[in-house]
Design a protein around this ligand. Structure first.
Ligand code: NAD
Length: 294
């Protein structure tokens, strides 16, 4: 049993903290939102008075926060009180530069640090089937492994500081672009008189296949668990897809990489979200492509 402090108990962090409790750890949590604290307490998470208080008593600290600025603010607050040698895991999706800054801040305090963003969404967080993409040195990655395995089914060491975030934004840039291409094809198929099921049966076993079709088909019917069958309730909200696409474009600009498809996907999701789609699942982009709006 390890004393774990979990900071950020929202849609993802709440169920992840609950899985650490289920694995037998003593988990203390903190969040700014009272509703998140209440839900976490019901799952057996001990509630602390502040992030710094619970972090000071912990051997492992996990953060699951909205963006880079929140992670840096929380680390600035807690690190002066964190035990030297403690392990810090940041599972938020954040920009590459702040991820590297977070590593440097933790190293200065004598802590191990892993950037470990996730794929798998709220369903994966609840079921403990997340994929973790990790960046950090071998010692930190080895120390984090057992805790990540309590919350996920696949843990990949992608490289040094920031490598987890790099893998995450590359993956989600592919996802954004393939979802738009898939939605366009299904909307075109409708206009040409194809049923969703017939197009699905072809694409899911042909060269146009991707996760956006086989696991998350943007048209209701072929994949019963997909948000398209549930009024495009997220799932993975369009706002978060746009966040990740913007992170990919920031990283591409910094690295001097050409990502024209990623840039176009960013613009299309920006348009979709500005037209009212931000809170819906990102597969709901098909409604804009059909010209029917939200
Ligand atoms: P969320 O908004 O539900 O949760 C974030 C929580 O952080 C909130 O409860 C908020 O109150 C809390 N918070 C903010 N600042 C804080 C502070 N200073 N101290 C303590 N708590 C603070 O977001 P989420 O959906 O849980 O996502 C968390 C991260 O995971 C994001 O970086 C997101 O991009 C990433 N992510 C989300 C999904 C998804 O499907 N929701 C999938 C993969 C990755």
């Amino acid at each position: 049993m390890t004393a774990i402090a979990f900071i950020g108990l929202g849609n993802m962090g709440g169920p992840m903290a609950a899985n650490l409790v289920k694995a037998g750890h003593k988990v203390s949590g903190f969040d700014l939102a009272p509703a998140s604290l209440e839900a976490a307490a019901k799952a057996g998470v001990g509630i602390g008075a502040s992030a710094a208080e619970i972090a000071a008593a912990a051997d492992v600290i996990v953060t699951m926060l909205p963006a880079g600025k929140h992670v840096i603010a929380v680390l600035t607050d807690i690190l002066p009180r964190v035990k030297k040698g403690a392990l810090v895991i940041d599972s938020s999706t954040i920009d590459f530069d702040n991820a590297r800054k977070a590593h440097a801040m933790a190293a200065e305090r004598g802590c191990l640090f892993v950037d470990a963003p996730v794929s798998g969404g709220t369903g994966g967080a609840g079921a403990g089937t997340l994929t973790f993409m990790c960046g950090g040195d071998a010692e930190a990655f080895a120390a984090a492994g057992p805790y990540l395995e309590n919350m996920g089914k696949r843990v990949v060491h992608c490289g040094g500081a920031g490598a987890g975030q790099a893998a995450k934004i590359c993956n989600n840039m592919i996802l954004g672009a393939t979802m738009i291409a898939t939605a366009e094809a299904f909307a075109l198929g409708e206009k040409l008189g194809l049923t969703a099921q017939s197009l699905f049966d072809v694409v899911s076993t042909s060269s146009g296949q991707s996760w956006s079709t086989t696991s998350y088909c943007p048209v209701a019917g072929p994949v019963p668990a997909a948000p398209s069958n549930h009024g495009y309730k997220p799932g993975f909200a369009s706002a978060l897809m746009l966040k990740d696409l913007r992170l990919s474009q920031e990283a591409a600009a910094g690295a001097g990489a050409a990502t024209p498809m990623g840039a176009l996907a960013t613009q299309i999701y920006a348009m979709h979200n500005a037209a009212g789609g931000a809170g819906a699942d990102f597969s709901g982009i098909i409604r804009m492509l059909r010209g029917k709006g939200e």
